[in-house]
Write a protein that binds this ligand. Structure first.
Ligand SMILES: Cc1ncc(COP(=O)(O)O)c(C=O)c1O
Length: 427
């Protein structure tokens, strides 16, 4: 947080006036009177995404089953079409990216492909603070291969259940480790992990390296080519604004294109022979060979619109505004809120923090409810974290200023005390 910020409402107004990404805000469907700070969980709809979804709907209405062939087979090859839009954001080649299923199913797909345990090399290395679905998938894959997760899943202990120390990861890469799955950015504390350092050692030691980029893609710059990991997965409904449950992405390093997918299905068959419907699987030798069944066009279409916005804005501008606006939020928190029991739970250095600010308070849950009642949408993660995400594409500096003023009011008036601490089903 090296930048200098100023207090007062005139300052954010001036920042908004000079914001090169400011015009992108008009492309999003914002609700009047609501300050949306939850793009880390579910990104907002854009006009571009809406148009793309409506186009698919129209094609279906007009063409029925012929939708797969219209526009030169665009929708039959939709995963590849979206991969071309996605590739510049993650520094991969387009044929190394496929869109299919959810992040969790893509983890299953990747592990079932790359995890080939032997008597001496059979462990999967994970951490203890990742989003739990990754762990559920890893444990079940290990069980499918006949191992006990208590033995075959090696868990790196985090520091204070908050941060991962890269040197601890490297120390844990012993001979019996066959595969590593780690997040690039942590969902709670927004820690950016040094992927380069870890991947380089994994490669040296002959360990398959997979990254979950769910909280990284669209928030930080990623260069999969120079990283040279074996696989990566990410969801597209967070920073990428693809829509609730939008189809997820899978990256497979081209050096693995000849491998058979662990979970084969007819949409992973070579395009030229798929509709010959032979009994033998003849897999497409690029990332789309890892697709399984018929893609959900309606769950992919939003991405067509939103990825176009990302390509227009460019990841480097997005990252630099994100760092600046989250830095501004941290500045206001330190100036106005710390004295009321709030603390910042993320690293403050630019290189170590992702797209959200992790605001901690013992009454975090009830405060998050009070914020919602005042028209601010954050989210909450147990035990005490309010995640606040001013996104580069649609959050203004004035909104950030107002969020902190509302927090100040909520804490000073203790208005959060009228809410129950009983957790809702979705928090
Ligand atoms: C790191 C990480 N992986 C995966 C998921 C969810 O995966 P899925 O797309 O299968 O719901 C999340 C959801 O927040 C996540 O944070």
């Amino acid at each position: 947080m090296e930048k200098q910020y100023k207090d007062g409402i005139e300052y954010p107004k001036e920042l908004d006036n000079n914001d090169r990404l400011g015009p992108f805000r008009q492309r999003f469907l914002l609700t009047k009177g609501v300050i949306y700070m939850c793009g880390n969980s579910l990104g907002l709809a854009s006009k571009d995404a809406e148009e793309a979804v409506l186009t698919v709907l129209d094609k279906w209405k007009d063409h029925g089953v012929k939708i797969w062939n219209v526009d030169d087979g665009k929708y039959y090859l939709y995963s590849g079409y979206l991969a071309e839009l996605m590739a510049p954001l993650v520094g991969a080649e387009k044929d190394e990216i496929a869109f299919a299923g959810s992040t969790t199913t893509n983890i299953h797909q990747a592990i079932s492909t790359f995890y080939k345990p032997t008597k001496d090399k059979y462990k999967i290395l994970v951490d203890d603070i990742n989003f739990p679905t990754d762990r559920y998938a890893v444990d079940s894959q290990v069980r499918l291969k006949g191992y006990d997760p208590k033995d075959a899943v090696k868990v790196i202990k985090s520091v204070e259940e908050k941060f991962l120390n890269e040197d601890d990861v490297i120390e844990a890469m012993t001979d019996e480790v066959a595969l590593i799955l780690l997040p690039a950015v942590f969902y709670r504390t927004a820690q950016v992990v040094d992927m380069k350092k870890i991947t380089a050692v994994a490669k040296e030691r002959g360990i398959i390296m997979g990254w979950d980029l769910s909280h990284a893609v669209g928030a930080i710059e990623i260069d999969l080519k120079s990283l040279d990991a074996d696989f990566a997965v990410w969801c597209t409904y967070k920073y990428l604004n693809g829509g609730p449950g939008a189809t997820s992405a899978l990256y497979v390093n081209r050096r693995h294109f000849k491998q058979l997918p662990g979970l084969a299905g007819w949409f992973g068959n070579k395009h030229e022979t798929q509709f010959l419907l032979r009994q033998e699987f003849d897999h497409q030798q690029d990332a789309s060979g890892w697709q399984i069944g018929t893609p959900s066009l309606l769950a992919m279409a939003g991405l067509e619109g939103s990825l176009k916005i990302f390509n227009e804005a460019g990841m480097s501008s997005i990252r630099s505004k994100s760092l600046h606006i989250t830095g501004y939020l941290m500045y206001l928190i330190e100036k106005k809120l710390v004295q009321y029991g709030f603390s910042i739970g993320n690293f403050k250095e630019d290189s170590k923090r992702g797209g959200h600010v992790c605001l901690e308070h013992d009454e975090g849950y009830r405060i998050s409810l009070a914020l919602k009642a005042r028209g601010v949408v954050p989210d909450f993660r147990d035990p005490n974290v309010i995640r606040l995400t001013p996104t580069a594409l649609y959050t203004s500096y004035v909104e950030v200023y107002n969020v902190v003023e509302i927090l100040l009011d909520v804490i000073k008036t203790e208005s959060y005390k009228q809410f129950s601490s009983k957790r809702n089903l979705v928090v």
